[in-house]
Design a protein around this ligand. Structure first.
Ligand SMILES: Nc1ncnc2c1ncn2[C@@H]1O[C@H](COP(=O)(O)OP(=O)(O)OP(=O)(O)O)[C@@H](O)[C@H]1O
Ligand SMILES: [Mg+2]
Length: 364
């Protein structure tokens, strides 16, 4: 299949995509660690959160509001549930987009029990009026409910029981400072190290009753882009393969063969990622080349290349965005097993073409 075939139709969820697809949602509940001890990695966050929660418990108080920030699939929802469990408190789950009006939020807040955890996912997508109501609720455990309209409208103050707000966002930078400041504790979730993902894979394999060898887990972990959700998803696909093609046991060979079928390479790049790199290297000598040109070369939308493929390539140090265009790094040549031409700039010493050095055939 050529990438062009999918143009105009919604792209299927990528095997290495970080957001949850339908299948993930169905199985994730079963794989979620239930307490801090079971939560793998994120040492700093765990240690800090453990102190915050222990101290609150010792005081017999409600825990401070917590903001969880980090990329999709790193464990924000999981951690919010752990916070409630550790506090022995019930949890109410909602999200920014679900709260369109301040009244929606008032209804939720006024029905909270004392000590309850309110998990507000995608908190950066809340409406402005709701956000302002939340400021007061977080700080003073009080909301003003507006009754009536126009000049006759009155604000009726409503006391709230103390609660813990756990906000989650993939875009901490988008939160207005007054909101960010009202959290007592902010946890920045990092991408996981391969050895941590190996533990995630072993743990999930145990829960799914799948037999896996340490090398098999390492193979899956190395292709999971630092993200537990992807590790769990790859594990499921490898399990299928092991059952159909072998005796069900996941070895390194089985994991590698299975993921080759799904075109996820040793570093976690999929077909689109590799198509972008290949075009950059083979057609444009490693760049610099404009985004639009690169997108045309792989038969994709500009946005797809920029938002779907590039972030991981940049994070992996395979591609760099420069004012003159996209360039490949030496690691990119090595990853695709290609030798850079002697003139390849790699971004270090200017381009190989005239003008601004950018090979932009179609304009940007
Ligand atoms: N530290 C961890 N240890 C073990 N499993 C984890 C860990 N973090 C996440 N997971 C697993 O990864 C999956 C995704 O985690 P979770 O849903 O909490 O991510 P998220 O940060 O809320 O993602 P999103 O931004 O898409 O909402 C869960 O099934 C969970 O089991
Ligand atoms: Mg989540």
């Amino acid at each position: 299949m050529n990438w062009d075939d999918t143009a105009g139709t919604p792209a299927p969820e990528r095997l290495v995509g970080a957001s949850a697809d339908r299948e993930d949602q169905a199985v994730e509940a079963a794989l979620r660690p239930k307490d801090l001890g079971e939560f793998i990695g994120q040492e700093k966050v765990r240690e800090q959160l453990d102190l915050v929660l222990r101290a609150a418990r010792a005081r017999g108080a409600t825990a401070d509001h917590v903001l969880l920030s980090g990329a999709p699939g790193l464990g924000k929802t999981t951690l919010s549930m752990i916070i409630a469990a550790e506090m022995g408190a019930p949890i109410r789950i909602t999200s920014g987009p679900a709260i369109q009006h301040a009244g929606d939020l008032a209804a939720i807040l006024s029905s909270l029990q004392e000590g309850e955890v309110l998990f507000l996912d995608e908190i950066h997508r809340m409406s402005r009026p709701a956000e302002e109501m939340l400021y007061m609720a977080m700080e003073d455990f009080r909301v003003d409910v507006i009754v009536g309209k126009g000049p006759g409208a009155t604000a009726i103050p409503l006391e709230l029981p103390p609660f813990t707000l756990v906000g989650a966002t993939t875009r901490a930078g988008l939160l207005p400072p007054p909101l960010r400041d009202r959290f007592g504790f902010t946890a920045h979730m990092e991408f996981y190290e391969p050895h941590e993902l190996e533990r995630v894979v072993h743990r999930s394999a145990r829960l799914l009753d799948v037999e896996i060898e340490p090398d098999g887990a390492a193979e899956i972990a190395g292709r999971s882009r630092g993200t537990p959700r992807i590790a769990n998803r790859l594990l499921r696909r490898v399990r299928d393969y092991a059952q159909v093609k072998a005796d069900g046991v996941i070895t390194r060979e089985i994991a590698a063969a299975a993921l080759a079928v799904y075109e996820v390479d040793a570093r976690g790049l999929d077909r689109l990622d590799r198509a972008v790199l290949q075009a950059l290297l083979k057609l444009f000598g490693g760049g610099p080349v404009g985004l639009s040109t690169l997108a045309v070369a792989v038969g994709e939308e500009r946005e797809t290349v920029e938002e779907v493929a590039e972030p991981f390539l940049v994070r992996e140090g395979l591609l760099a965005r420069t004012p003159r265009g996209r360039i490949a790094t030496p690691a990119a040549w090595a990853h695709l097993g290609l030798t850079p031409p002697p003139s390849a700039s790699g971004g270090a010493t200017g381009g190989t073409t005239g003008g601004n050095g950018q090979q932009d055939l179609f304009g940007t």
